[in-house]
Design a protein around this ligand. Structure first.
Ligand code: FES
Ligand code: FES
Length: 166
């Protein structure tokens, strides 16, 4: 066990955990952030995708001790903490019915946001490439693709203030 300092959704946390514990487990079990889902725990499904320093990363593959000092963002960061308004990427997924059970959605949202922050106007091929690490067992992907395209229309990384964070 060790005392680790983690910055999650703009807040500093100190946790007493095994540094080798997967970040996904720490987020869920220690920090009470169940929006990050876990399925395979082997880096295949993408359900656990969060943003680490702006990059979409599978949190089941990152040891908590290796991400001290990183800026970690989970799906809980997307909703505006003051107004409860959804992030434009969430609105786009809702409007395009880009989910059914929703289990994969937090991962897709984080991958989408990471993509659009880098590339606000991605081509269909670039979207597919960015989401290739996320698996959905319900939707067949067409609606998700449409959701990402709609998100690109709605979301302007230049003007958007990170919702619940900074
Ligand atoms: S739970 Fe992390 S990739 Fe599946
Ligand atoms: S909506 Fe059910 S797994 Fe994607």
């Amino acid at each position: 066990m060790a005392e680790l300092s983690l910055t999650v959704n703009g807040e500093d946390h100190t946790v007493d955990v095994d540094p080798a514990k997967p970040l996904a487990d720490v987020l869920r079990d220690e920090l009470g952030l169940p929006g990050t889902k876990q399925s395979c725990s082997t880096g295949i499904c993408g359900a656990c995708t969060v943003r680490i320093d702006g990059e979409a990363r599978k949190s089941c593959l990152h040891m908590a001790g290796a991400v001290e000092d990183a800026d970690i963002r989970t799906v809980e960061d997307l909703v505006d903490g003051e107004t409860n308004e959804l992030h434009p990427v969430q609105e786009a997924f809702l409007e395009e019915f880009s989910f059914q059970c929703g289990f994969c959605t937090p991962g897709f949202l984080n991958s989408t946001l990471s993509l659009l922050d880098e590339n606000p106007n991605p081509t269909e091929e670039e979207i597919k490439d960015a989401l290739h690490g996320n698996i959905c067992r319900c939707t067949g992907y067409v609606a998700i693709l449409e959701g990402v395209k709609a998100a690109a229309e709605k979301y302007d990384p230049e003007t958007e203030v990170e919702a619940a964070g900074d």
